[in-house]
Design a protein around this ligand. Structure first.
Ligand code: THU
Length: 160
């Protein structure tokens, strides 16, 4: 038997430690939570994607009375960015979430399905996507999906 260990790297930063562009993206994700449609969970999520052309595209979670028909903020933002600007790489994605008590105390981790979509987006544009996970206390900076979804399934397996 052999044990394999996978190491991931995440940086924890304060808002003030971020550069201006990252601060703007976090601000956009936080602001986007106001447009979330989450009448069932009351968990309001905003995502903001910075594209290579400098545009910021935001998305929010969109819920549905038939629960599985809803969509997370990250996928709403990325699918919209990729359909409207298919040629533009996604450089950074910022995510923020709030409940009735305000923004979260610990960084919001994207769900598994969103991580898979983040991975696909990164591969599509052949550029590591930076990911910023916001909370009131600290912000996580992840430098690519390999640190968010290790041991991932990608198109390389389809070719074997
Ligand atoms: N949600 C997101 O939009 N992004 C995440 O990363 C986690 C969960 C949404 C889905 C659903 O509308 C609500 O939050 C509660 O799960």
């Amino acid at each position: 038997m052999k044990e394999l260990k996978i190491e991931i790297k995440i940086q924890s930063l304060s808002y003030d430690e971020l550069n201006e562009q990252d601060q703007t993206l976090i601000d956009a994700a936080k602001k986007a939570t106001e447009k979330s449609y989450a009448p069932y969970s009351q968990f309001f999520v905003g995502a903001a994607a910075l594209l290579a052309n400098g545009k910021i595209i935001t998305g929010t979670n969109q819920e549905n009375a038939a629960y599985p028909s809803g969509l997370c903020a990250e996928r709403t933002a990325l699918f919209y960015a990729n359909s409207e600007y298919p040629e533009e790489k996604v450089l950074t994605l910022a995510i923020a979430a709030r409940t009735s008590s305000g923004f979260l105390d610990s960084p919001i981790p994207p769900c598994g399905a969103c991580r898979q979509v983040l991975l696909e987006t990164e591969r599509r544009y052949n550029k590591p996507m930076r990911i910023l996970l916001y909370s009131k206390k600290e912000i996580y900076l992840i430098n690519g999906t390999q640190d968010l979804l290790p041991l991932s399934f990608g198109s390389e397996y389809l070719k074997e």
